[in-house]
Write a protein that binds this ligand. Structure first.
Ligand SMILES: C[S@@+](CC[C@H](N)C(=O)[O-])C[C@H]1O[C@@H](n2cnc3c(N)ncnc32)[C@H](O)[C@@H]1O
Length: 279
C-alpha cells in the first residue's frame, strides 16, 4: 500500500478500518484490486477515488467480491473507479505478462517463489508445469535459462492463449509450449516420461495429481515442486504440517524431500507450502 494513499485514507477511515483495506490490496499493472468489508461499502466511492488519485500506476480499481474459486481459480470483481477494463500488463523479474484479472488466475504475491523455482533450472532441462496459468513460472524459467523446454498446461483456454502471447512477448516462444487441457490427460497422451522437473502450482488439489506428476518424469525420476495448503496456528507448525502433508501425498513412492518452505499465509491459520520432492 503506497504511503501517500495511507495518509489520504487516514482522513476518511479509522485506524482499524484502514488496516482492513491494507491487508487486501493488490496492484497488477495499472489495475488495483481491493477487498472492502461490508461495513465500509458505504465509503467505497471515496476509497476508489483516493486510490486513483494517489496510487501512481492505477487506472482502474475493482473490489474483489468472491473468494478465488472454481477449476480456473478466478474471482468475481466489481468495477469501482477509473477505466472499466480487466486486461493489463504486469512486469516481474524482467518479464512482461499480459493478464486478465477476471478470466484467468494471476497473483502478484507469488513473485519470490517464481524466482526461487526459476533459479533451480539447469541446462537442457525439460519441465512440465501442470497448472501453468498465463505462463508466469514457465516464462520466467525459460527466460532465466534459454536451453530449457517447458510444457505449460492449463485447462482454462484464456490462460493458455495468454501464455502463448506472453511467451512471444518475452521471446521464449521456442522454449515454452502452451497446451490446453486437463494436466492428467495431456501428460498421459502427449508428454509422458519427457520431463526432469514438474511444477504443481494448484495447492488446493495438487495431491490428486501426484501420480500424473510422476508419469511426466523421465523414467519416473526428477524433481517435483509440490504445492499444498495446510492449516496451522503459526508458521513453524505450518512448516511441520507441510512436511506431513507432503509425506502423505508421496507415500506410495521412493522419494526424499529436499526442502519444504512456507510460500505465504493465505488466510487465518492457513498457509501455502511448497516441497521440492526428489524421486
Ligand atoms: C492457482 S492457478 C496457478 C497458475 C499459475 N501457475 C500461476 O501461478 O500464475 C492454477 C491453474 O490451474 C488450472 N487448472 C485447474 N485444474 C486443472 C487441470 N485439471 N489441468 C490443468 N490445469 C488446471 C487453472 O485454470 C489455473 O490457471
Amino acid at each position: 500500500m503506497p504511503h501517500m494513499l495511507k495518509e489520504v485514507l487516514a482522513t476518511y477511515l479509522t485506524p482499524s478500518e484502514q488496516h482492513r483495506i491494507y491487508s487486501a490490496f493488490d496492484i497488477i499493472g495499472d489495475i488495483v484490486i481491493i477487498k472492502i468489508p461490508k461495513c465500509l461499502m458505504s465509503k467505497k466511492e471515496i476509497i476508489g477515488e483516493a486510490i486513483l488519485d494517489n496510487v501512481k500506476p492505477a487506472k482502474s480499481v475493482f473490489i474483489q467480491t468472491s473468494a478465488i474459486k472454481g477449476e480456473f481459480r478466478v474471482r468475481n470483481l466489481e468495477f469501482l473507479a477509473g477505466e472499466d477494463k480487466t486486461e493489463t500488463e504486469y512486469k516481474e523479474h524482467g518479464c512482461r505478462f499480459r493478464v486478465d484479472v477476471v478470466k484467468a488466475y494471476f497473483s502478484p504475491r507469488l513473485s519470490t517463489e517464481r524466482l526461487r523455482v526459476a533459479e533451480l533450472v539447469r541446462d537442457n532441462e525439460v519441465i512440465t508445469n501442470m497448472f501453468g496459468g498465463v505462463g508466469t513460472y514457465s516464462i520466467l524459467m525459460a527466460k532465466k535459462n534459454n536451453t530449457c523446454t517447458v510444457y505449460s498446461i492449463d485447462s482454462n483456454p484464456v490462460a493458455t492463449e495468454l501464455c502463448r502471447i506472453n511467451a512471444k512477448l518475452n521471446k521464449v516462444e521456442d522454449n515454452v509450449i502452451s497446451i490446453l487441457g486437463d494436466a492428467r490427460g495431456v501428460i498421459e497422451k502427449q508428454i509422458d516420461g519427457k520431463s526432469n522437473r514438474v511444477l504443481m502450482p494448484l495447492p488446493e488439489k495438487a495431491k490428486e495429481f501426484v501420480s500424473s506428476a510422476k508419469k511426466a518424469l523421465n523414467e519416473g525420476k526428477g524433481t517435483i515442486h509440490y504445492f499444498a495448503h495446510v492449516g496451522a496456528s503459526n508458521r513453524k507448525l505450518g512448516l511441520h504440517e507441510g512436511v506431513i502433508d507432503t509425506e502423505n501425498a508421496f507415500k506410495n513412492y521412493q522419494y526424499y524431500i529436499r526442502q519444504t518452505r512456507i510460500v505465504r499465509e493465505v488466510g487465518p491459520r492457513l498457509y501455502q507450502i511448497v516441497s521440492d520432492v526428489c524421486l
